[in-house]
Ligand binder design. Sequence first.
Ligand code: THU
Length: 160
Amino acid sequence: MEKNFSFSYEEYNSISELSDTDALLVTEARKATKLAYAPYSNFLVGAYASLTSGDFVKGSNQENASYPVGICAERALLASTAQLFPDVPIDTLAISYRNLNGSSHIPLCPCGMCRQALKEFEMRVNQPIRLILSGMEGKVIIIAQSSQLLPLAFDGEAFS
Ligand code: THU
């Protein structure tokens, strides 16, 4: 039997089309690129999340001379959130980047490892994470639930 899935997302031409709240999250994610340590890729990623408690958390990518040791902005943010605000769900997560070697206008979509981490975070606090994806300018994509980016995911259910 053939099965299929699809999901809808929103696309905007710039942050000027967003609500004030969403535009602020993107602006803060863009600012958070300044906290990135990315001397190897020159690709500075910033993330900024609003929590259901009303708190905010930021993240940025942190690279290493031993390349695989580096961590993406999204997973840095998830780890900080879990330490600083245990069990508090993330409502919305904005992710942006500045590419020092080229343009920064195509919305950033999280890597596969971060998609897996985002999905697990959603599961553990039992609430979807809304994503706002952009670069330093141009188009913005909004996805209602981060796990929509990882269909047929491995979720540990096979352990039980
Ligand atoms: N990176 C992120 O921080 N988030 C992503 O979703 C994609 C990639 C980082 C990892 C590495 O430091 C640099 O961007 C280039 O891949």
